[in-house]
Design a protein around this ligand. Structure first.
Ligand code: DGJ
Length: 723
């Protein structure tokens, strides 16, 4: 519900358990008042005034800059006295940049509008407030959009910048959200990482000055994540406050948290202003992506469950959202580039016997690609490897009762390719410089519509040529030399964002042309695992690190915000190709069950005792997947923190059953007991666990002993059923 208290000039947005309030000082300046537990009162405008700091300009004009520099801005602007991080900056034809945004009007309506060309949360169970602010001198308008969901404790924010003036404007930054709060001893939680080590949870103090999460790699990246949470000191899984902010965007981003001289916190998020500019002629507008905000007064776990619910109910789309996903086997780690139809079919035959439902042919089936140094852009089959091409392969795989999926990397071009010979200028490149290689490949300049259209038509033809039911859309390098010879100098700063928009447009076309296709995004593992991509694909490959033990921390960080149903997780062979570690096959299966589940190995060559376990693992997946897909996630213990074991559970929405996963990473002697306190059960209900019946309250307060694990890397799945 959203209301406007006109008497006090306060806007109040309510979700089931939270309230968000902002209001006007001087009837002009939109300020942030409150975000937290649900409130009854609306007249909280008094919180915009403090005795210690300058009063609004109507009362103390001589200290206008001082007022701007401490007022809790709802959408900050700079150049006129607020020296903190600005959300919006634009240069007029004079080259000058100051702005002063004041309230013009607002509108409240049921539902939510789509954001043109951009992924965003959707759904009818919500209300939207749009507040228009204007800079009287340049005519720049900012339309701030806030959606309050009725079924989940989340607020979605986005901004549209309009040039309502008479001159061209160059937009230099247009962030999506700003949260100005008083410092209440918050810590900052972020998800940094690296290739094969994505999204590891990090917590740190917020001192004076700024801390940022950011990517200038053209993708949301392995290294940083477009997410942060401000959490109360000592906030745990089950207690304390957490404010999470996640950007629904897949390109360059900036999230910045800044503590100022008055111990106020400003937290902003949006497209990274570095390498960004956007020319706005009079009448034109720019849509900034959406940021979603979640508040929890029940620790990190409650924040997690709100994000999961938001993404399941209001972001992920398509027929596969609620469907059981086929158990797949992918040949990447099995063969790398060294395969042909016969090899693939030998894998498929053995896989089919063991209950696996889909063969995914990874990189290396097109052009003359025998390693990662050629052929990207040449989306035609290598008949030497695949005689009869995709139609024959699909037929043979289908005959085995399996589906066929394929790998594509549509955004790239190899210098050694037919496409590059024909269109060398189609690669992103800076004037007078050779294009910068990475994995010996270049990035296609998708900001040019003719390039994106050509590539899209190529992949559409491939997918129409045979019965292909799944695509892994990969993207294996960052954007380095972002420039082209097509756009004028004052538009070169638009290329990164235009590129992201083009990827979105291509994926939108793909899922509307092939509505039954199961699309899995990937970027050298989890380099573009973000809510933007989730809008197009219901699952994303989480990490190239398939070592089950390494995966624990990667999956923990990913699960902090993303539902398990979208996390690509596979069982691979041991010793693991990346780490060299050997983990029991059973443990590998149990860890991969906390995701989309599949295999990434040569099933014809793994030890017989491992192969024999596959059909049982597939059965477990079939049995538990509805729970994993729809259940509520609770983190019980983290190996990252305790250095001994990892534990999490999923609980059915009606609390009738749950599945607990316990991984003993390292065995030891004379250590603490393996007592864990369960969560999410019905306190008064009775549950059978390991053949014994306990009251829910007992399991949650007194705890449960996990027994019977000896040795390193051992895991158990424990079923919990209400009696
Ligand atoms: C990176 C992906 O993450 C891998 O799974 C694999 O598809 C390779 N690319 C292929 O080049």
């Amino acid at each position: 519900m959203i209301i406007y208290d006109g008497k006090h000039h306060v806007f109040k947005l309510d979700t089931p358990n939270t309230s968000y309030l902002c209001g006007l000082a001087d009837e002009k300046y939109l300020g942030h008042i409150y975000y937290g537990r649900k409130l009854g009162d609306t007249d909280l405008g008094y919180l915009l005034r403090t005795e210690e700091r300058p009063q609004p300009p109507s009362q103390l004009l001589r200290e206008k800059a001082g007022f701007f520099d401490c007022y809790p801005m709802e959408y900050s602007f700079g150049g006129t006295g607020d020296f903190r991080e600005s959300c919006v900056e634009a240069a007029s034809e004079s080259g000058q940049k100051g702005l002063e945004l004041t309230y013009v009007s607002h509108e409240i309506y049921e539902g939510k509008k789509a954001l043109e060309g951009l992924p965003a949360t959707w759904g009818g169970e919500c209300d939207t407030l749009e507040i228009t602010l204007e800079d009287a001198v340049t005519g720049l308008k900012a339309v701030l959009s806030y959606t309050a969901f009725r079924d989940v404790d989340a607020i979605a924010r986005s901004v549209r910048i309009i040039n309502d003036g008479k001159e061209n404007l160059i937009l230099l930054r247009a962030l999506s959200a700003c949260l100005d709060m008083d410092q209440e001893d918050y810590e900052l939680l972020t998800l940094p990482g690296s290739w094969a080590r994505e999204r590891h949870i990090q917590r740190r103090d917020i001192g004076y000055g700024a801390v940022s999460v950011e990517s200038l790699r053209g993708i949301s990246s392995h290294q940083d994540h477009p997410f942060f949470a401000l959490v109360s000191r000592g906030c745990t899984e089950t207690s304390g406050e957490a404010y999470g902010m996640n950007l629904v965007y897949s390109g360059n981003f900036l999230g910045k948290v800044f503590r100022n001289q008055f111990d106020q916190i400003r937290a902003v998020m949006g497209i990274h202003p570095g390498h960004f500019s956007w020319k706005l002629a009079p009448g034109e507008s720019f849509q900034a992506p959406e940021a979603v905000l979640v508040y929890s007064d029940g620790g990190l776990g409650k924040m997690t469950r709100s994000f999961h619910k938001l993404y399941r109910n209001h972001l992920i789309r398509g027929v596969w959202r609620d469907r059981e996903r086929p158990v797949l086997i992918n040949n990447w780690e099995a063969t790398y580039f060294n395969f042909d139809t016969e090899k693939l079919l030998s894998i498929a035959r053995e896989a089919a016997k063991n209950g696996i439902e889909m063969l995914v042919m990874d990189d290396g089936w097109f052009g003359h690609r025998e390693s990662d140094n050629s052929s990207l852009g040449d989306w035609f089959v290598n008949e030497k490897k695949l005689p009869g091409g995709l139609p024959r392969l699909a037929e043979e795989v289908n005959k085995l009762g399996m589906k066929l999926g394929i790998w594509l990397e549509p955004e790239m071009i190899s210098e050694d390719s037919e496409l590059y010979k024909a269109h060398p200028d189609w690669a992103l490149q800076l004037k007078d410089r050779s294009p910068v290689q990475c994995r010996e490949q270049l990035v296609l300049d998708l900001s040019r519509p003719e390039v994106a259209d050509y590539i899209y038509e190529q992949i559409r033809a491939v997918l129409s040529s045979a019965n292909i039911e799944y695509v892994k859309w990969d993207m294996n390098r960052p954007l380095a030399d972002v420039g082209n010879a097509v756009l004028p100098p004052d538009r070169q700063g638009e290329i990164s964002h235009r590129y992201v928009l083009a990827v979105y447009r291509m994926q939108e076309r793909l899922i509307s042309d092939f509505p039954e296709l199961l699309l899995e995004n990937c970027s050298s593992g989890g380099g573009r695992f973000d809510p933007g991509m989730l809008y197009y694909s219901p699952q994303i490959w989480c990490s190239d690190d398939t070592d089950a033990i390494e995966r624990l921390a990667v999956q923990e960080g990913t699960q902090l915000i993303y539902p398990l149903s979208c996390i690509g997780a596979h069982v691979s062979a041991c010793p693991n190709d990346i780490t060299g570690r050997t983990v029991p096959f059973e443990t590998r299966g149990i860890v991969a069950l906390a995701g989309t589940f599949g295999y990434e190995l040569d099933i014809t060559r793994i030890p017989e005792e491992d192969r024999k376990q596959i059909s049982g693992q597939v059965e477990l997946y079939k049995k538990y997947h509805p729970l994993i897909r729809e259940g509520e996630y609770y983190r019980i213990a983290s190996w990252r923190e305790n250095h001994e074991f990892d534990c999490y559970m999923v609980v059915a929405p009606d609390r009738s059953k749950a599945l607990l996963t316990f991984v003993q990473v390292l065995a030891g002697v004379n250590r603490r007991s393996r007592k864990i306190r369960l969560q999410g059960l019905d306190e008064d209900g009775y549950y059978r666990v390991d053949g014994k019946v306990y009251q829910g309250r007992t399991l949650m307060c007194a705890g449960f002993l996990v027994e019977g694990l000896r040795g390193d890397f051992r895991a158990r799945l424990i079923e919990i059923e209400r009696v």
